[in-house]
Write a protein that binds this ligand. Structure first.
Ligand SMILES: [Zn+2]
Length: 306
């Protein structure tokens, strides 16, 4: 699908997720997740980027069902999260860079593995992934996380898709960019997620000036801070000249985040509640850049050899 047709992009969200790091907070119900995405679409979301990576309950066949039922295109992820999301004994911990990269490239070029290689007999899903996840720990990256960064770089190079990196509590941003650049990844293929957990305008302006994208996703996370602080942050980064580096996602990662599962704020929050306030702060043209033009550039497939 052409990147120009994505419309408003929720650049980091989750339709299904089941992680040992979030016990009791899994969401795996087709009907409820479909209802949630339908509500998101009614609020104005055009395309969802589902950043549930290998091993966290990624469900390609269910993602296709949700997309078909709601009419919302979903860009699915391959790649790996930080260590905390894999139980002891999971193959991800011991796999070589070559195996880690092969599985990413298979997901991107052939089709997503339906059970994330816990069952060798399964057939690949007809849908291919369109983005790569990577993750670092708080202020550091472990050896395993560094191997998975290298695998992500190989996948991005071969398939031409971006790498979206989980920066734990917004830390380790400069270092993540340097690690990926060290593996030959161009800055415009790097997206840092969650930097707004550490809403430091000066730091963000510095990182953005390296040419990478920043994806903010704490709107409605009132336990962290009020939305007014995220509005201040966006206004500050835009004033520093980095409007073209910003994107927004919701990163609803817990069962209790969704209205269809009996919680909140729900997938409609971005467009129904946050964006009207953002428009009042920075104007509709700047908001369109953040929601439409920037993600269309960031998630476009560029070159690649696979
Ligand atoms: Zn996430």
């Amino acid at each position: 699908m052409p990147a120009s047709g994505l419309g408003v992009v929720d650049a980091h969200d989750h339709v299904f997720l089941d992680s040992p790091a979030l016990p009791g907070d899994e969401f795996t119900d087709l009907e409820r997740s479909t209802a949630e995405v339908r509500e998101g679409r009614a609020s104005g979301i055009g395309t969802l980027v589902d950043m549930t990576p290998i091993g966290l309950g990624r469900r390609p066949e269910l993602l296709r069902a949700v997309s078909q039922a709601t009419g919302v295109p979903i860009i699915a992820a391959t790649g790996y999260h930080r260590d905390a999301h894999y139980p002891a004994g999971h193959w991800v911990h011991d796999a070589s860079v070559e195996t880690l990269a092969d599985r990413i490239v298979t997901d991107l070029a052939t089709g997503m593995h339906p059970t994330d290689w816990t069952d060798d007999a399964a057939e690949f899903d007809p849908a291919r992934a369109g983005a790569i996840k990577a993750g670092a720990s708080y202020h550091h990256a472990t050896d395993g996380e560094r191997r998975r960064f290298e695998a992500a770089a190989i996948g991005s190079h071969q398939a031409g898709v971006p790498i979206l990196v989980h920066a734990e509590i917004g830390t380790f941003g400069h270092e993540i960019v340097s690690i990926l650049e060290g593996h030959g990844v161009a800055p415009d293929r790097i997206i840092l997620a969650h930097l707004d957990r550490n809403p430091d305008v000066d730091l963000h302006a510095e990182i953005a000036s390296r040419g990478v994208s920043l994806e903010y996703d704490t709107m409605g996370r009132t336990k962290y801070r009020p939305d007014s602080e995220l509005l201040d942050l966006i206004e500050g980064v835009v004033a520093a000249g980095h409007l073209d580096r910003l994107m927004l996602g919701q990163d609803l990662g817990r069962r209790t985040s969704f209205r269809a599962y009996g919680g909140g704020p729900g997938m409609r929050y971005l467009m129904a509640t946050f964006v009207p306030r953002l428009r009042a702060r920075i104007g509709p043209a700047a908001v369109d850049a953040i929601l439409v033009a920037n993600p269309a550039r960031a998630f476009a497939v560029e070159g690649g050899s696979a």
